[in-house]
Design a protein around this ligand. Structure first.
Ligand code: C2E
Ligand code: MG
Ligand code: MG
Length: 681
């Protein structure tokens, strides 16, 4: 295909597919592919690794140059023998005539060179236009590799030829179609704004019609030209940038390029361009945010948080660079760096005989897919000889998305080495109490910032929060609240059984020196206790049920609630919808939870209810009673109800009991009013 293959400007990398790592990458020359071309590159790698025969695949991609910028490269991914290392070659394209051929032999469309020449030759059509601008449409085939694997290379080629015909037809007389490489295509056509969506939809629909029992779906990116002339490379890059946002989506099939998208990408590229030097030059600093026991005011731990102190750009927030590093995998390098710095710091404290509290460091989902990650952590810890109880690992629960078994194996190993693992950002959206049964977390970090508008005892969030804390406490898992900014939040958290607090109320994250001073002046308390096993088997069984939510919220059981009984007080933890329906009065969960369960009882009712609870505790068996209560609706209406309750104790700890209750409103039966059968049931 290529006429000249310059030696000059070529670089080579060796990739070990099994370990998913570059075998020879040095600190000074690492392969960094531009974010918009990562997908294509990863696909080439996967394809080379999975083929059962020697293979070479080429594409034009943007990659980082040795001086940190980005340029177009002719990238070859070569697998000389199945299972062997993969060789990746990068050849700089700029200024070199790589190919005089302009037509792709498989599809008959223009190839990348052909498109470049066509765009250069037609400069006037892009700059002359008034309203009917050109649109550049880029797309690739989702899971094209699967077609090759399942149906053979010949079928793969037949599909590409078919797409070639569709593209040629769609491009028409005054447009042009191009087969960039592998499964990537471009069309440049002139369409008025109101016809553009339809054009792309029709194109993608026609490709879907290909006669294979395989859905050939594509997502497209569209760049609409302006009066400024751009080379074919730029036009295609912008269409690819637009596509990167919808790639793989079933609901959104295409997307238009915007300047904002480009700016984000540029920031991303800038960050990528600076990251290696940043790590090498130790621009990443570790800050420590202290954690306290709000009941005693004592220091119980700290979280290590990374900051990027760039010599020219100043302080860069983790919110900006962490997501970029998570996307390109560099996060693992950074996490290991932070972990090592924390170990160094702890070693210093131990050597100086300073008081020590455990320090939490953050890990991400990506880390667990890095080969030998846990061994590497262990290696670092041992190098500094730090007892594992001084280090805690924070992971967000999204780590378990899709594969909790894999994560559980990792957790088991971490536990076997003595690490405490915390679930970070509980309340951030993925949260479900079920995750606590699926994954063996030791501590939960509840992030106040993720909960609706500032929680304290004065608003509705408070009741939801208190029910979550009660539930988690019942599971025997300690809770620490982070993002705590006000005294009233802290007091409220304490009142619902969450004493451990991290947040601006006590302290912002501090640079190492300030943190050192801080510990020397603060009383250090007993650190956060380990997860406890529940005292009763009942509770264990109860929570081990496949889905706690299902058990309580399965409305077939009728009105049901879970409540907590301590010091003569009953606090509802959760209720289901039928519970609210039984009581009537259009009560919401919030209304029910903000009233104490015994409030509306008369003296006799209260006494018989408490007696029933005592019987249930004594016997461990289900007990029943009927009581009258007065309920108040949200708008102040009052109603007297007779309720039959069946309760069973499902959990017991030193000072509290957990009950599961079913209720039935029997007011009409008692009143002797004829009740018609409810036909809707
Ligand atoms: P995170 O692990 O949930 O860390 C807590 C974040 O809350 C920190 O933001 C901290 O400064 C902030 N924060 C603490 N108290 C308060 C408060 O009272 N109010 C408010 N509004 N914010 C508070 P930061 O340092 O910007 O870190 C953001 C996120 O970046 C972290 O969230 C974590 O997910 C990630 N991150 C930070 N360092 C690392 C690291 O070394 N490795 C990894 N993988 N992620 C890190
Ligand atoms: Mg954290
Ligand atoms: Mg957090």
């Amino acid at each position: 295909m290529r006429d000249t293959m310059p030696k000059q400007g070529s670089r080579m990398f060796v990739y070990n597919a099994e370990e998913k790592a570059f075998a020879t990458a040095s600190q000074t020359d690492c392969l960094v592919i531009a974010p918009e071309d990562m997908d294509c590159f990863n696909r080439m790698l996967e394809e080379a690794a999975s083929l059962k025969q020697p293979a070479a695949n080429y594409a034009t991609l943007r990659a980082q140059t040795e001086d940190g910028g980005f340029a177009n490269y002719y990238v070859g991914v070569i697998c000389a023998a199945p299972g062997s290392d993969i060789i990746i070659t990068l050849t700089e394209i700029s200024g070199v005539c790589l190919n005089s051929q302009k037509i792709d032999s498989l599809t008959g469309l223009l190839n990348r060179n052909g498109l470049s020449a066509w765009v250069d030759e037609h400069e006037e059509i892009f700059t002359d236009i008034e309203d009917e601008k050109y649109m550049v449409v880029y797309f690739d085939v989702q899971r094209f590799k699967v077609v090759n694997e399942m149906y053979g290379l010949a079928e793969g080629d037949r599909l590409l030829k078919y797409i070639g015909e569709v593209v040629a037809e769609a491009a028409g007389e005054d447009g042009v179609g191009c087969h960039l490489d592998s499964d990537r295509f471009v069309i440049v056509v002139k369409r008025p704004p109101d016809k553009r969506d339809l054009f792309v939809e029709t194109l993608l629909d026609e490709i879907l019609d290909f006669d294979l029992p395989f859905e050939v779906s594509c997502n497209a990116g569209i760049y609409v030209t302006t009066k400024n002339f751009h080379s074919a490379d730029t036009l295609v890059d912008r269409a690819i940038i637009a596509q990167s946002l919808v790639k793989g989506s079933y609901t959104k099939r295409f997307n238009y390029y915007t300047e904002e998208l480009r700016k984000n990408l540029l920031t991303e590229q800038e960050i990528i361009g600076m990251m290696r030097a940043g790590l090498r030059d130790e621009q990443f600093a570790i800050y420590y945010q202290p954690q306290y026991d709000h009941a005693t005011g004592m220091l119980v731990g700290a979280e290590a948080l990374v900051r990027w102190q760039h010599p020219e750009k100043g302080l860069i927030s983790p919110g900006l660079f962490i997501p970029v590093f998570e996307k390109n995998g560099f996060i693992t390098q950074l996490d290991l760096y932070v972990f090592e710095k924390v170990c160094q710091f702890l070693r210093f404290c131990l050597d100086e005989g300073m008081v020590i509290v455990p320090i939490s460091t953050n890990l991400t989902r990506h880390d667990f897919f890095y080969p030998n990650f846990i061994d590497t952590l262990e290696g670092i810890r041992k190098k500094y000889d730090i007892p594992p109880e001084f280090i805690r690992l924070e992971i967000t629960e999204s780590v378990a998305l899709g594969n909790s078994q894999f994560i559980n194996e990792a957790m088991e190993r971490l536990h076997s080495y003595g690490y405490v693992v915390e679930m970070d950002d509980f309340g951030s959206g993925y949260s479900s109490l079920n995750i606590l049964k699926d994954i063996d977390f030791d501590i939960i970090k509840l992030d106040m910032r993720f909960l609706e508008n500032g929680q304290d005892e004065t608003n509705r969030g408070g009741t939801i929060l208190s029910s979550v804390v009660r539930m988690v406490n019942w599971l025997g898992v300690p809770v620490i609240a982070e993002g705590v900014e006000t005294v009233s939040q802290a007091n409220f958290l304490k009142s619902i059984g969450c004493n451990y607090i991290q947040g601006f109320l006590y302290s912002k994250p501090l640079p190492e020196d300030e943190y050192k001073q801080h510990i020397s002046m603060t009383n250090v308390g007993v650190s956060i206790p380990q997860k406890k096993l529940l005292d009763t088997l009942d509770a264990g069984n109860f929570f081990a049920n496949d889905s706690l939510e299902e058990l309580i919220f399965n409305n077939f059981v009728g009105g049901a609630a879970i409540f907590d009984y301590r010091d003569g007080k009953l606090e509802i933890v959760r209720v289901n919808e039928s519970y609210l329906a039984e009581l009537g009065l259009e009560l919401s969960e919030k209304d029910v939870m903000s009233q104490s369960l015994l409030d509306g009882f008369d003296d006799e009712g209260r006494e018989s209810y408490l007696e029933m609870l005592e019987r249930a505790i004594e016997t461990g068996a289900e007990q029943e009673c009927e009581t009258w209560r007065t309920l108040t609706s949200a708008d102040g209406r009052e109603e007297r109800l007779c309720v039959r309750s069946n309760v069973i104790m499902v959990g017991k700890s030193k000072d509290a009991y957990l009950f599961y209750a079913r209720i039935r409103n029997i007011t009409s039966e008692i009143d002797g009013i004829a009740v018609l059968p409810d036909l809707k049931m």
